[in-house]
Design a protein around this ligand. Sequence first.
Ligand SMILES: Cc1cc2nc3c(=O)[nH]c(=O)nc-3n(C[C@H](O)[C@H](O)[C@H](O)COP(=O)(O)OP(=O)(O)OC[C@H]3O[C@@H](n4cnc5c(N)ncnc54)[C@H](O)[C@@H]3O)c2cc1C
Length: 454
Amino acid sequence: MPVVAQTEVLVIGGGPAGVGAAVAAARNGAKSMLVERYPYLGGLASGGMVLVIDDMMDGPRQTVLGLGQEYVERLERIGGAVYPPVEDRYRPDEALWNKWSRWGSYDIYWHGALKPITYAVAFDPDAWIRVSNDLIKESGVSLRLHSWFSEAVVEDRKIKGVIVETPEGRQAILASIVIDTSGDAAVAWRAGVPVEEGGYIVSLVHRYGDVDTERAIRFEQEHPKEAYALNREAKRILGGSWEYWWLLTPRPGIIWCNCPHLQGFSAISVEDLTRAEFEARSRIEACYAFARSNIPGFEKSYLLDTAPQIGVRQGRLLQGDYIVTAEDIKEARWFPDSVARGRDYFTPYRSLLPKGVEQLLVAGRCYSATSAAQKISREIGPCVVMGEAAGTAAALALSANQLVRNLDVKTLQQQLRRQGGDPGEEPAPPKPKNNELSDGFSMASAGVLNTGQE
Ligand SMILES: Cc1cc2nc3c(=O)[nH]c(=O)nc-3n(C[C@H](O)[C@H](O)[C@H](O)COP(=O)(O)OP(=O)(O)OC[C@H]3O[C@@H](n4cnc5c(N)ncnc54)[C@H](O)[C@@H]3O)c2cc1C
């Protein structure tokens, strides 16, 4: 088998976490390579058409910074992002709700009646690919698309590289450190470290074109009862969706539908995924027919596209040195080795470290967590910064000539801060648990998925 490359840091999977990891490793001086099975970068944020970056704030304070924030700024520069300005956030105001909720920019974990507007960013999937490409090119990461990871090369309990399936046949790539950002812990699983199969709803996200969105929103505001009945019927046909079954996008007249909710399909079973694709399409077509004939604003619409890849929220999960629990997330528990944030919760470095194999890190939605914890801690922004932490850790371990497991976490935290990130300070006084729009704000008290959008 040809060895086509040898690198210091090898990242498998070019989604939000993978790009974060590869770019951070390169920026910190490591020879970094990124491998992706599909012909484009972005993972679920492009190919899955998941089009809102959530969970960037701890109430009124932004917690996802670093590369997470850099993505937003770069998306905005190319006209690919829309989000509420600071002055519109966390104020109990119905006018602000009417202005922003259809962008998906509201706090989905809020218990009260009027959910506050938050910093959540609606973006365009092609813009996400362009920004990912720019980040990769500018930081000098070597990229191999069309390369499907299939096997891990492990010797003496140390990962040495991987085998990929490509249009040219099987190829080997050797590396000093491998970072698994495949979303489903593909590398960790093949390397033989403990992983667990999780499970959650899957969705085939899709978009409509030529929707008169102003008319549709006006109708909902002027005729709430009729609109409620029509939307309820649309959601029944879909077999489940979040509170809103469609949301606005930065492209006029184009809406995205973060649905249908498909229950009971394993995200790592070929047969289940095949069935899910067909089941989703028939529900989507039925809902479209209903919407076009019945909902004001949808008369001239057409089904623009369905996401190239089915939306898997949870597949295999690493069971690493520390397994994050739902209580850790709900109680916003701080860890001394915290290296990344999401909302008000903290991600410990140990949850990126597998048991039993050295020089392997895992980041993104397959990090080490229970199924219940991952459901509420896997949004796009937090995955980018988890990847950034893993890539930075890999580069620091290389320059210190250490195993990634033995890396001094304080040094990593300092470097993440220097990069503009927020690895997570120990919270000063314990937060009161109430739902007031004030300093007493706490999302930790919510902690369960409700009728929001994610
Ligand atoms: C339907 C749906 C709705 C969601 N809604 C929201 C939302 O509104 N807001 C939000 O912030 N988050 C949302 N999420 C969550 C979010 O999209 C993901 O958790 C996040 O994208 C995970 O990033 P990741 O990089 O860990 O994984 P992924 O985005 O899954 O990326 C993994 C990458 O690895 C590649 N890969 C996998 N296996 C291999 C292999 N064998 N060889 C090579 N490459 C491989 C994949 O092709 C992909 O590019 C949603 C998710 C879904 C499915």
